[in-house]
Ligand binder design. Structure first.
Ligand SMILES: [Ca+2]
Length: 520
């Protein structure tokens, strides 16, 4: 046998082993992991139990390969009879040997998927994970001025400051904007009315949460809510650390710290009628949860309940809220988020009593990891309602006055990465009541984060995080107000700031003297 032919044989054998191993894994995963039939059925009827890009694309690829090979074989029939057949007959022992190896690989692949065990998992997975974590922790910090969540190249921002503004169509008010390590109020014409900022070195009271080695430039205000007297409740978050989040904080109109509660909090918080704060938190947990198909350790998102003056009242594990509920099967499905982040919770809103069967009140939650929006009954502390749907990587579901739900659908047109929309749905019928943009035309973009707020006149103020833009649209889809972070960096003027989101307030609801200071 020539050496060239030997190489071809070896490569073909290795390829068939790889294909057989993958086929074995995928076959078992489809059956064992995901009830493939139920998936397809629900996908076809539009009531998907989970978006299925990965499975569908795997199967699609497999079908395409099979069809392509069949066509190729038909076309090559002559070559087959005159060249391949004699070759096959001559090399029968080799082919049987390769087929046997491929069969063993198929069985091995099926077993690894079935048992969750493999040589890699036994010996190498933890080692790789640890090495990767150490590397990321020590070396992969983003530079202060590089593309980041807080600073973007000026050349990439078409809009800085005020854009479109139609006073007759826009909802008048004052807009709170937050991000980096500050918040400010901007008037409809783009004038900065007031700002807050806090020096982190002076407030980092808990060195376990904010270690000295941790660059303060990675810290940012993930969310802020304004009170009529100018007090601001702030959620402080950071990049590149797990668990997420550093503290809840309240400051007065002059940026004096009223209280700070160091804790791993992330994404969202809200208030009940008594002023208690419900914030999403995170910890690493090792205990199994009855009835849920999860691997330990995992990230346990919870609800941190704080009194209006920042004292801890309660903590409720959200993953445990699924245990014993009707929605444990959500955990059987493929999860978008790896590394134990099963839920990736990103919304908490306090609901009026009685909605979704929660007699004394529930919380509207969003779990991006499960692709689900859900309601937890505050009395039973169980998930009493949950739905998955056409949304993907969704953020900020809001319960509207008409009992519809509006949410930021980050991947509006599935399978594209650059197309977001804001969608109002009827939660009972799944009917899309309103959507912006109406057709997916990539005029909104934020693969992560994003919020919206329905204003008094029905307009919707959208926080398009990755494009760094606030955009107010009418229900006819007309843009009537636009605003983008206007400040250049004092350290590197090539960069302009980005903010996380904004919220419009009624002018007459704010009763404090504005300081007129820009935030930076
Ligand atoms: Ca919300």
């Amino acid at each position: 046998m020539t050496s060239k032919r030997r190489i071809i044989y070896i490569a073909a054998t290795l390829l068939s082993i790889l294909v057989a191993w993958l086929a074995g894994r995928r076959l078992v995963q489809a059956i064992y992991n995901g009830n493939a039939g139920e998936y397809f059925n629900s996908f076809i009827t539009g009531q998907a139990t989970h978006p299925l890009d990965e499975y569908l694309s795997d199967f699609n690829i497999l079908f395409v390969i099979i069809i392509a090979v069949a066509i190729a074989l038909l076309l090559m029939r002559r070559i087959l009879t005159q060249v391949v057949r004699p070759l096959l007959l001559r090399n029968l022992p080799l082919i049987i040997g390769a087929a046997s190896l491929a069969f063993i690989a198929f069985i091995y692949g099926a077993w690894t998927a079935w048992s969750g065990a493999s040589l890699y998992k036994f010996w190498l997975e933890d080692t790789f994970a640890a090495a990767r974590a150490i590397y990321q922790d020590k070396f992969r910090h983003r530079p202060l001025f590089g593309e980041s969540d807080t600073w973007v190249l000026r050349s990439k921002r078409n809009l800085q400051g005020l854009g479109t503004y139609s006073p007759e169509d826009a909802q008048d008010g004052i807009t709170l904007v937050y991000g980096i390590q500050s918040a400010w109020l901007v008037d409809m014409d783009g004038t900065i009315l007031h700002s807050w900022a806090v020096d982190y070195d002076s407030i980092s009271t808990d060195r376990e949460l904010i270690p000295r080695s941790y660059p303060v430039t990675y810290i940012y205000w993930h969310m802020a809510r304004l009170q009529p007297n100018g007090d601001l409740v702030v959620m402080i978050d950071q990049f590149d650390k797990t668990p997420n989040g550093l503290a809840m904080m309240k400051i007065d109109h002059d940026s004096n710290v009223l209280w700070i509660h160091p804790h791993h909090v992330h994404h969202d918080f809200n208030f009940d009628k008594q002023g208690n704060i419900y914030a999403i938190d995170q910890r690493i947990a090792d205990e199994e949860v009855k009835g849920l198909k999860i691997e330990t350790p995992y990230l346990d998102d919870g609800l941190l309940v704080l009194s209006p003056d920042g004292k801890l009242i309660d903590r409720i594990s959200l993953i445990k809220a699924f245990s014993g509920s009707d929605y444990t099967k959500f955990f059987n499905n493929y999860s978008d988020y790896r590394n134990g982040d099963y839920l990736h919770t990103n919304n908490v809103d306090v609901l009026e009593p009685g909605l979704f069967g929660a007699a004394s009140g529930g919380l509207l939650l969003s779990f991006t990891g499960l692709g689900a929006i859900a309601v937890m009954d505050m009395e039973s502390r169980k998930i009493v309602w949950a739905r998955v749907g056409f949304w993907r990587h969704q953020h900020d579901p809001d319960m509207l006055a008409n009992n519809n739900i509006m949410l930021f659908n980050n991947l509006c047109a599935l399978r594209t990465d650059n197309d977001a929309c804001v969608t109002e749905i009827d939660p009972e019928t799944y009917e899309i009541v309103w959507q912006y943009p109406e057709n997916s035309d990539a005029s909104l973009f934020s693969a992560y984060r994003g919020r919206q707020q329905v204003l008094a006149n029905g307009n919707v103020l959208i926080s398009e995080f990755q494009n760094g833009r606030l955009v107010e649209v009418t229900r006819d889809g007309k843009i009537v107000w636009e605003y983008s972070c206007p400040f250049a960096s004092k350290v590197n003027p090539d960069y302009v700031c980005n903010f996380v989101a904004g919220r419009r307030y009624d002018r007459s609801s704010l009763n404090f003297e504005f300081n007129g200071k820009p935030p930076m």
